[in-house]
Design a protein around this ligand. Sequence first.
Ligand SMILES: [Zn+2]
Length: 361
Amino acid sequence: MHNPGETPLQSDAAPSEPIAIAFDPRGDSHVAPGFHPERPERLSAARRGVQSAAPDAAALTLREPTLDELARAHSAQYIERLDQSLRRGQGFLDGDTFFSAGSRAAAWGAAGAALSVVDAMIDGDVRRAVVLARPPGHHATRDRAMGFCLLNNGAIAAAHARSRGLDRVAIVDWDVHHGNGTQDIFDRDPSVLFTSIHQWPLYPGTGRADEVGHGEGIGSIVNVPLPADSNGAAYAAAFERVVLPTLEAFAPKLVIISAGFDAHERDPLSSMRLRSSDYRWMAAQLAALADRLGHGRVLLALEGGYDLRAIEQSIAESVTGLREGARSAVARPEGELQRDASDALRAAVKVQRELWPVLRT
Ligand SMILES: [Zn+2]
């Protein structure tokens, strides 16, 4: 009810989609020996953000992954080697990828959480869901742990959705780093579209616009590298000119967001300029697209992001965007499209237009 003359808020006027959460508290047991930016407090911050945006969110029952489910994204030899390494107690798998006594439970639990969401979407009526787990996954390749990542949760979810009968799945990676692991896993697979917007150059050094997949997978990798200092306007332009048209043409039956929050202006590891509300706009665009495709399925999985306040606010905004979809009241990100970002975007479109005729200059 509103007083006469009072303008109702959009959020009052429009019902919003329910959200399901797959939260695995064992993520807290994956701990570096000293200070490390990929720390348990990140998970608490993300959980606070989700709870503030969706206090009525339904908690999903989680299950463990099977070896076969992991082996759809990773080699059996890698899974065995990783399992044996993690059982040693603690150490490093590469220069910056640590493990501790609780890491096996955390990593297997994170993959299981992602699988549980896919099951709930296919067997139940869940349409929007958030995976709150650690460690992150998008740098883990088919046979290598790297970049704080052990098992590639998003890729495992996508492969599971494929095996459950969804014939096309898309992964949109807005983490500031290129999702090299996910690209490696689906590089030759035309049934999974991998789209990444990332700062370039930056770790891990992959993700150039001309990396478009191999063999039958040519065209299923869509990279949009943007220069440091790119703002919300650059991301909005990347969405409008590349990400959304290619997704719409591909028509995935499930959209997975590899959701790092390290392109935020507060993040200490990178130099992008996103604000928290920009994540709401991006999430709402993807939710609206999933609704237009008739199924509404969007799974948001936490990847990187190393400023606690930025994580909490940005994931809250993302959840709000997922709930609103096309009804979102949030404005397109403001600011000028900088010249170097515009040039980078034009170069990406030039490459992708050969493979996606729907794209315009
Ligand atoms: Zn990252």
